[in-house]
Design a protein around this ligand. Sequence first.
Ligand code: PMP
Length: 419
Amino acid sequence: TGEQPQPEEPERNPRSDLKASDRADIFEKAYRFTRADEAKALGFYPYFKPISSQHGGTVTVGNREMIITGSNDYLGLTQDPRLKEAATAAFKNYGTSCTGSRFLTGTLALHEELEERLAEFLGAEAVLTFTTGFLGMLSVLSALAGRQDVLYFDRDNHASLYDGARLSFGTLRKYRHNDLADLERLLERDAGRRAGGRLIVTDGVFSMSGHIADLPGIVQLARAYGARVLVDDAHATGVLGESGRGTAEHFGLEGEVDLIVGTFSKSFASVGGFAAGPRPVINYIKHHARPFIFTAALPAPQVATVIKALEIMQTEPEHRQKLHRNAERLRGGLKSLGFDILGSESHIVPVLIGQDEHTALFWRGLWDAGIFTTPALPPSVPPGQGIIRTSVNANHTFEQIDRLIEAFGEVGRRLGVIG
Ligand code: PMP
């Protein structure tokens, strides 16, 4: 596609006595980055598609109504009138912004109310909330992991955890995805050789594969090797466990996980993040985490939305139950057509397509059939392992899910992904 016009580089006039190496331009990579524009010109660019309205299982794009899959509105609460009302009331009372850090002028009574209620729900001594889940992960890991400490990471952990580790002074050790023999090998190797503490860090439900962490095994290893456990339940709070308390409840391991971190941008239908754990640890993070202290507080309407969503989570299990029925239908339907869903055991269901071009063609086929999806391509997945990440929410009807499966079947047969 060498036909694409190249973006024009603006002229620069560095001093004439500068060495050639000093003339390198930090912007140069940006002027050479044309891949996204090339894909757009060919009609194969699946990202940043603007949605003009959302209605549960469908969205409007331009003037087309499309079935959406892959969003994280798991309990389908983003359009719930009770959440909208709570947000509106908070707007009226507190105004549009906190305009400051929680540390200084940005703590509202509403933040503390949410923290108390969430701690009670999760059975934790204390909770701290953050402006996004991403900032929460940065906060917790950077505040806790010092030079002597070691972080043991499932390889498939979320990017925010990796960036938290990078921002910390701790040592990062990665074990193969959900492979406890590999984790034990690393713990054993370090035993008796380090002065600091250890923290095993894992997603509860993995965001790309829909796998559930082997928490019973992790907890056992942690106890044996004197390590603490942190679970990122971004995709599990409100979803897993009889009462929606997440991965620990799912396995009957409540009280065994030292820190539960998560987000409000999925089941809670809002934005923000949280960490739940022992009071002294939460208090320490509160007084040391730079991505918590040096950023503006979560605005009141978002906080009020979470409080209302939490109340609904606790009193209306039907949303969670519907989500599980929908997920089962989606997994069953895709599997019976012969798709490889990479062992998903949850409401996140990846569909393996393969090479990049094939995955892009597959996405386009679904788009033309009125299905809003997004592919995951390398580097977010291994080379040649392109996927379409699907997920359902509690508002999808069986009819919508069946149409979705049918569209996957048609495109899959046409492109030879299935027989
Ligand atoms: N952890 C995981 C596992 C996630 O999937 C995400 C978001 N996709 C985050 C953390 C970050 O959450 P937030 O959207 O609130 O920044």
